[in-house]
Write a protein that binds this ligand. Structure first.
Ligand code: FES
Ligand code: FES
Length: 192
C-alpha cells in the first residue's frame, strides 16, 4: 500500500506491506532508531511515539494506520540542539538512564504535559505506567516531569515536529542561550 504521512515535520511517502508495524517502518525504513523495541507486545513502552500529539505504542499500530497523520519520534524533539523542556528536565534531574526506555518516557511525558500542564505525582506515575524501566526506578523521572511542568508553565508549551523546527530556525543557537522546544498530547497508556 502507498502511504503518505508526516514524520518529525517532514512529509514522507512509502510503499509498505499492510502488515508492517509502525515501529519497524520508523526504525527499518526511515532509520529513526531512537524508537526502541523492548517487547513487541505493547507492554514496555520503549516504542512510544506521538501520533498527532497522542502517545501511542508504535509496536501496536500498523504503518498504514499512520497514513495522513503526523508522527513525532525522539529525533524530532530537539532540532538544532534546542532541547525540549522534558529532555531538559531529564538532564537536570538525573532521570536519564539506559537510553532504551528514555525516548518513550520522554515522549509519554510530553503527551501528559500537553493535556495536563500541572499534574500531581500520582497523575505522572499513572501516565508513565505503560513505560517500564527494568533496572532502576522512577523517582527521578517523576521529578524530571515536575521540573518540565514548572518550566512549561513559566515559558509556555514548546512545539514538536515542524513547529519545533521552525521555532529552532528562528531562535539563536544553544550556545547563545536560545529557546527550547516541545509539546505533545496524552494517550496510549496501558496502566501500571
Ligand atoms: S516494544 Fe512496543 S510496548 Fe514494548
Ligand atoms: S530500562 Fe531504561 S534505565 Fe532501566
Amino acid at each position: 500500500m502507498h502511504i503518505s504521512l508526516g514524520v518529525n515535520g517532514q512529509p514522507v511517502e512509502a510503499d509498505v506491506e499492510p502488515r508492517l508495524l509502525l515501529v519497524h517502518y520508523l526504525r527499518d525504513l526511515l532509520r529513526l532508531t531512537g524508537t526502541q523495541i523492548g517487547c513487541d507486545t505493547t507492554t514496555c513502552g520503549a516504542c512510544t511515539v506521538l501520533l498527532d500529539g497522542m502517545a501511542v505504542k508504535s509496536c501496536g499500530l500498523f504503518s498504514v494506520q499512520a497514513a495522513g497523520r503526523e508522527i513525532t519520534t525522539v529525533e524530532g524533539l530537539a532540532p538544532h540542539g534546542h532541547l525540549n523542556p522534558v529532555q531538559e528536565g531529564f538532564k537536570e534531574c538525573f532521570a536519564l538512564q539506559c537510553g532504551f526506555c528514555t525516548p518513550g518516557m520522554v515522549l509519554a511525558s510530553i503527551a501528559l504535559l500537553t493535556s495536563n500542564p500541572d499534574p500531581t505525582e500520582d497523575e505522572i506515575r499513572w501516565a508513565l505506567s505503560g513505560n517500564i524501566c527494568r533496572c532502576t526506578g522512577y523517582a527521578n523521572i517523576v521529578r524530571a516531569v515536575q521540573w518540565a511542568a514548572d518550566k512549561m508553565r513559566a515559558t509556555g508549551p514548546a512545539p514538536t515536529g515542524m513547529g519545533a523546527i521552525l521555532a529552532a530556525n528562528a531562535a539563536p543557537g544553544p550556545s547563545q542561550g536560545g529557546s527550547h522546544g516541545a509539546q505533545g498530547a496524552h494517550g496510549g497508556r496501558d496502566g501500571a
